[in-house]
Write a protein that binds this ligand. Structure first.
Ligand SMILES: C[S@@+](CC[C@H](N)C(=O)[O-])C[C@H]1O[C@@H](n2cnc3c(N)ncnc32)[C@H](O)[C@@H]1O
Length: 321
């Protein structure tokens, strides 16, 4: 079975499991096809979605310092997990290329489309950059990362992607990263911070309805790829942020009762009026939580970078053993 067929099978198994479950769930990682990538780019441009601007500010302000830290041990591999369109990474890549840094950029994303677009655009804007894009999920790729041990690694995970994982999964993820890291390696990771709950709520419930379209893309994708008949317009997006746990949760809610047939899966699913599908969590953090995550996974925080408006932080981790 090739990579594409394996991915499709996993997607189908996930959909079956999530729609049979009570309460129902579907993972946001499957939103990202061509249309999902495009909608996420629109989200990043929304005035409410402060995350991109804030992390852009951090990277732009500290790019020289980051270049010096990342090249401490000479030539290295810059591995980015969940790279997306690389909007913020490009600032760092330009800084590295313009200063003749010896490195290879390895962007990894679940979306084949995102990897192709990113690689194409980098060939145009930074022709001297060595890029080796790869399609894959975080956990699958981590297994392969162990073989990238020939030279020091800098692993970057931007956009608070880790926030899509509940704490136990996040610890598992960080532990796996630690396992593939040597004492010369760095991990640079974005963690969106706890703040005014309304600012967070609005970031995921924009007034233009782009986030709703983004979440609905999961149903469009299932309709297309699994011969299903979700009445997509009858599913509304709902965002709920709990300031106590720091967890923002997004749902698709059936506004009418319906029966959905997924022919390819030989499955019929019933929805009651107002029944939910839980799609995504976006966890928010503070220094104590990140320190706890680091401790649980055996990583050390070497430095913390914050944006001018104090909304977002990138943490630099290393390992002592
Ligand atoms: C919220 S976007 C952030 C993109 C980029 N890191 C940024 O900060 O702009 C998440 C990206 O991670 C990818 N992604 C989501 N879940 C993934 C997974 N489990 N494995 C690999 N990539 C994943 C998506 O395709 C998407 O491009």
């Amino acid at each position: 079975m090739n990579k594409k067929e394996t991915f499709q099978l996993e997607f189908e198994e996930h959909v079956k499991e999530g729609l049979i479950a009570f309460p129902k769930f579907l993972s946001s990682k499957y939103i990202y096809d061509d249309r999902g990538d495009e909608l996420f780019q629109q989200i990043m441009a929304l005035p409410e979605y402060y995350l991109t601007e804030a992390e852009f500010n951090i990277i732009d302000t500290h790019k020289e310092n980051l270049r010096e830290i990342f090249s401490t041990h000479g030539a290295f591999d810059l591995i980015e997990l969940g790279a997306g369109d690389g909007k913020k990474t490009k600032v760092l890549l330009r800084e590295l290329v313009e200063n003749q840094t010896d490195f290879t950029y390895i962007p990894i994303d679940i979306s084949q489309h995102a990897i192709e677009e990113l690689t194409d655009s980098l060939t145009t804007i930074l022709p001297n950059l060595e890029v080796q894009g790869e399609q894959g999920t975080y956990f699958k790729v981590l297994e392969r990362l162990a073989t990238y041990n020939k030279r020091p690694k800098v692993i970057i995970v931007l956009g608070s992607n880790i926030g899509n994982l509940q704490h136990p999964k996040a610890i598992e993820f960080l532990k796996k990263l630690k396992e593939v890291m040597s004492t010369k390696d760095y991990l640079f990771m974005g963690f969106d911070q706890k703040k005014d709950p309304l600012t967070i709520q609005n970031a995921y419930a924009d007034s233009q309805g782009v986030t709703q379209e983004f979440n609905r893309n999961l149903l469009h994708r299932i309709n297309k790829e699994m011969e299903a008949d979700f009445p997509v317009h009858q599913f509304e997006h709902w965002e709920s942020y709990d300031p106590e746990s720091g967890t923002a949760k997004s749902y698709l809610i059936a506004t009418e009762a319906c029966e959905v047939e997924l022919k390819k899966l030989n499955l019929k699913v019933n929805f009651k009026k107002w029944e939910t599908i839980h799609c995504e969590i976006s966890q928010k953090y503070d220094d104590d939580i990140v320190e706890w995550l680091a401790k649980e996974s055996g990583l050390e925080i070497a430095n913390i970078f914050e944006d001018d408006q104090k909304l977002f932080k990138d943490y630099l981790f290393n390992t002592k053993d």
